[in-house]
Design a protein around this ligand. Structure first.
Ligand code: GLA
Length: 407
């Protein structure tokens, strides 16, 4: 009897600790959508600006298009009090983080914060190292729904263990929270992060440039195409509740409209988190039209949750497919080059088969209607070859819907 009780207690203890080691389930069933302060504002964050961004999220139609999280990145924190509790900058956030979270929640949105696994953040502010449980408890009290957790000043730490610690701390604090790992892909988080968090960065920082790599000495930032190329081989790890994160959007931050459109389309094909990084208060109509294109957002947010794949590449143009729920497919022709490209693509000649989702488009025997997701109009069907002209650094993005057997 006694042995049985001890065994049962042991079993309970083991299952409780395993449960604690797991992230919150049923969150981020589609890639998270929102806005983050870093790409546009850097350290220049304060409560008034954040409130204005939350207002603009509603007023601009972005909330209606599915954007949900307002995330303050680095530099909101200035230190710790005598108890070791993290302190928000009292000049920039005089009402405190809880009041700001309440304001964001009052707009029907969710609220996110940033910290770092090391002893300092990348911006040199206090990190969470050694204070994980204390910080997680505070975030829960404030009603934080999303935590981006960076990887600066982590000498001597191992990524998997550090992120596991914060994941457990968040879980123990009890408030459901999306956990966003920002480890830049160095320790291959795609291979271990799925039980720990909901999304993980796969690369170093993005920069608002389509085709370049910026060398800053001891670190580099990457343009859209460079980041795209670094996603090779990662798609098998992604799915509902676990996403590869090729970094936040640079739409509206200085690239041409073609490039912004291509950037957004690529992220949708990758089932990437759509975290806008521009000033939502002052968007050009072109920028806004890209960010709130619901037809493209629907490709990203498709409930099947399968990351797209490169099907073919020829003469500077790549052809991508992404299987969608209910038998549809998304298609993207991406012109990587600086010249206009005329493309011819004979659907009937393509074998589009995806082992990961066990889907075969059967383009030889099935006919699909085509819808142009940027022109918002029908574009014929797969019964005849596609002929199109692609401007430099631009895309053609189509949605294929089954029509029945090909003639
Ligand atoms: C790192 C991250 C960025 C941003 C900055 C903040 O570089 O990768 O996304 O959070 O830190 O300092």
């Amino acid at each position: 009897m006694t042995i049985r009780i001890v065994a049962a207690a042991l079993l309970l203890a083991v299952s409780a600790s395993t449960a604690l080691a797991q992230k919150f389930e049923n969150l981020a069933q589609t890639p998270p959508m929102g806005w983050n302060s870093w790409n546009k504002l850097g350290c220049n964050v304060d409560e008034r600006t954040i409130r204005e961004m939350a207002d603009a999220m509603g007023a601009s139609g972005m909330k209606d298009a599915g954007y949900e999280y307002i995330v303050i990145d680095d530099c909101w924190q200035v230190g710790r009090d005598a108890h070791g509790d993290v302190l928000a900058d009292p000049e920039r956030f005089p009402s405190g983080i809880k009041a700001l979270a309440d304001y964001v929640h009052g707009k029907g949105l969710k609220f996110g914060l940033y910290s770092d696994a090391g002893w300092k953040t990348c911006g040199g502010r206090t990190g969470s190292r050694g204070r994980e449980f204390q910080d997680a408890k505070r975030y829960a009290e404030w009603g934080v729904d999303y935590l981006k957790y960076d990887w600066c000043f982590t000498d001597g730490l191992k990524a998997e263990g550090s992120y596991q610690t914060m994941s457990t701390a968040l879980r123990e604090a009890g408030h459901p929270i999306v956990f966003s790992l920002c480890e830049w892909g160095q320790a291959k988080p795609a291979t271990w992060a799925s039980p720990v968090g909901h999304l993980w960065r796969t690369t170093g920082d993005i920069t608002a440039c389509f085709d370049c790599i910026d060398d800053h000495g001891d670190w580099k930032s990457f343009g859209v195409l460079a980041i795209l190329d670094m996603q090779e081989g990662l798609r098998t790890q992604a799915g509902p509740g676990r996403w590869n994160d090729p970094d936040m959007l640079e739409v509206g931050n200085g690239m041409s409209e073609n490039e912004d459109r291509a950037h957004f389309s690529i992220w949708a094909m990758l089932a990437a988190p759509l975290i806008a990084g521009n000033d939502l208060r002052h968007m050009s109509p072109g920028t806004r039209a890209i960010l709130v294109n619901k037809a493209v957002v629907a490709i990203d947010q498709d409930r099947l949750g399968v990351q797209g794949f490169r099907h073919a590449a020829k003469d500077g143009v790549e052809y991508w497919f992404k299987p969608l729920a209910g038998g549809d497919w998304a298609f993207m022709a991406l012109n990587r080059s600086k010249q206009v490209k005329k493309i011819e693509f004979d659907w009937a000649q393509q074998v589009v088969r995806d082992v990961l989702s066990a889907r075969d488009a059967q383009l030889q025997t099935m006919r699909y209607s085509l819808r142009d997701l940027w022109k918002h109009e029908p574009a014929g069907d797969t019964g005849k070859p596609l002929a199109a002209s692609l401007p430099a650094h631009d895309v053609l993005m189509l949605r294929l819907t089954p029509l029945g057997a090909a003639k």
